[in-house]
Design a protein around this ligand. Structure first.
Ligand SMILES: [Zn+2]
Length: 124
């Protein structure tokens, strides 16, 4: 897929001229772009950046605030924003699973059993 360098319209394959503005399509169109040419907000994060952000997001309280702020758009880089959202969803998921286990445990009385087990008389 290629685009007119003049007006930005998508060009049909093998088009010699842009159907929109008539600009010469041959040699005028680029299909490739290097990472350095990408605007900063679209640039992919490196593996170490993901690792570093994961560590930061794992800090209690501070990490959660960072996650919420970044997820809601403070992160200019789209990849960082999406990573923050995914990390936030994962935290939410873990929180729900733990809450469910605690609630089911409380409802079925397993916690009482567990405390009774803890308080059992020890035999030597
Ligand atoms: Zn054009």
């Amino acid at each position: 897929m290629s685009f007119c360098q003049n007006c930005g319209k998508e060009l049909p394959d093998q088009a010699k001229k842009c159907p929109e503005c008539g600009a010469d399509a041959a040699g005028n169109v680029r299909n490739d772009i290097t990472l350095e040419e990408l605007p900063k907000r679209f640039r992919p994060l490196g593996a170490w950046a993901y690792f570093g952000w994961s560590l930061l997001f794992s800090i209690p309280v501070v990490g959660l605030i960072l996650l919420i702020v970044f997820s809601t758009g403070a992160a200019r880089n789209i990849n960082l924003r999406r990573f923050a959202r995914s990390h936030f969803c994962m935290l939410l998921f873990i929180f729900i699973v733990i809450a469910a286990v605690l609630i089911v445990g409380a409802a079925t009385g397993s916690w009482l059993t567990f405390t009774q087990w803890l308080a059992r008389p020890t035999r030597f």
